[in-house]
Write a protein that binds this ligand. Structure first.
Ligand code: ZN
Length: 354
């Protein structure tokens, strides 16, 4: 005989009752309550630490037992056996194994499943999207970052000729080169998804130094930079990066269960868009391959990249407004990219000497 609380499943009212078991039956008795039923029709909820045991009775009624001894007696009378998961939970090694498994699955999703899904999505984004994405990015840059170029007509024409020389026979988008002054970006080049490539006056003038015309070494370095940007356009890196970061944000929001974060996250996704290391390497390889096919040395590019990396650290990180530093995936706002590129080019040269 033990105290219990009975709820009839119809009203929220609590009834104090006496609980007893005998002959395979459960009996609850109290003021106005006389419930009797077979034990095999009573279900005991999973016990949880010191919380009252909950008995589910046929017909939606419920009974709670708080006293620890009574709880044990009821469990024994019902021949309660904890489920497999409950038994596992009691062993630290099982919990640890489950945690490791969870992390492994999470990592696999992150490393393989999301990127693969993003590639699928990107492949299904129509090419017209590249045009709109490029146009809106350019409008933003023209309004906030770019000023008219101060280069001479002859210099602009020479740069156009360099792009024409490294352009592939059948580009993904019509390639066009814009010259702009961009003190905030410093010496830089960027590619928009629609095939627009922008090279800053700051980069061109730094390469020229005191000269006004380009010598062969300057041309080789600049063509390498332009070829790298063409590589980003050809491999459609912006759309692929956008698909990946959108998907990652949506997956995180779904995992964390905050639906408002999905909508709120979209501007953040756009603002944090970066090319992956793999994409930078791909663009580097594209540039090296292009220069090789044209019989142009990659050494001037290696030197230029070295110098850019140094000036990028000094210039971009300090001068670029915070929003633009992140909103510009195409800007070389990825530290280490140039170092990798340089290493790769040096490796190329070493291979050639053999
Ligand atoms: Zn790049």
């Amino acid at each position: 005989m033990s105290n219990a609380q009975y709820f009839d499943g119809v009203s929220a009212r609590l009834h104090q009752v006496e609980l007893s078991t005998a002959d395979g039956h459960l009996h609850l008795a109290g003021p106005g309550i006389d419930w009797r039923g077979r034990l095999d029709q009573v279900r005991l909820a999973e016990p949880f630490l010191d919380a009252p045991s909950v008995l589910y009775l046929p017909g939606g009624a419920r009974c709670e037992v708080a006293d620890p001894q009574a709880r044990a007696a009821v469990a024994a009378a019902l021949a309660y056996r904890p489920g497999l998961v409950v038994r596992w939970q009691r062993h630290w090694y099982a919990a640890l194994a489950a945690l490791v498994l969870l992390l492994a699955v999470g990592a696999a999703v992150w490393v393989w499943v999301l990127p693969a899904a993003a590639e699928k999505i990107a492949a299904n984004v129509p090419d017209a999207f590249d045009g709109r994405l490029g146009a809106s990015a350019l409008a933003g840059l023209e309004a906030k970052v770019f000023a008219p170029s101060t280069l001479s007509q002859a210099q602009v024409a020479a740069l156009q000729a360099m792009l024409a020389e490294v352009a592939p026979a059948s580009p993904r988008h019509r390639l066009r080169l814009l010259n702009r002054s961009a003190p905030a970006l410093g010496p830089n080049a960027l590619a928009l998804p629609d095939g627009t490539i922008i090279i800053t006056d700051q980069l061109v003038l730094a390469v020229l130094g005191k000269q006004t015309t380009f010598d062969d070494e300057m041309r080789a370095g600049l063509m390498g930079v332009l070829a790298h940007e063409v590589g980003h356009v050809q491999r459609r890196h912006s759309v692929r990066a956008l698909a990946r970061s959108s998907l990652t944000a949506a997956a995180s929001a779904a995992l964390l269960g905050d639906f408002s974060a999905v909508a709120a996250g979209i501007p953040a996704v756009l603002a944090n868009l970066h090319y992956s290391r793999a994409m930078e390497t791909e663009a580097d390889l594209y540039a090296v391959d292009t220069l090789h096919r044209k019989g142009i040395s990659t050494q001037p590019l290696a030197k230029l990249l070295d110098w850019l990396e140094e000036s990028e650290r000094k210039s971009i990180e300090h001068n670029l407004p915070a929003w633009m530093k992140q909103a510009l995936p195409y800007a070389a706002s990825h530290p280490g990219a140039y170092e990798r590129s340089r290493r790769m080019i040096e490796a190329e040269q070493a291979a050639e000497k053999k």
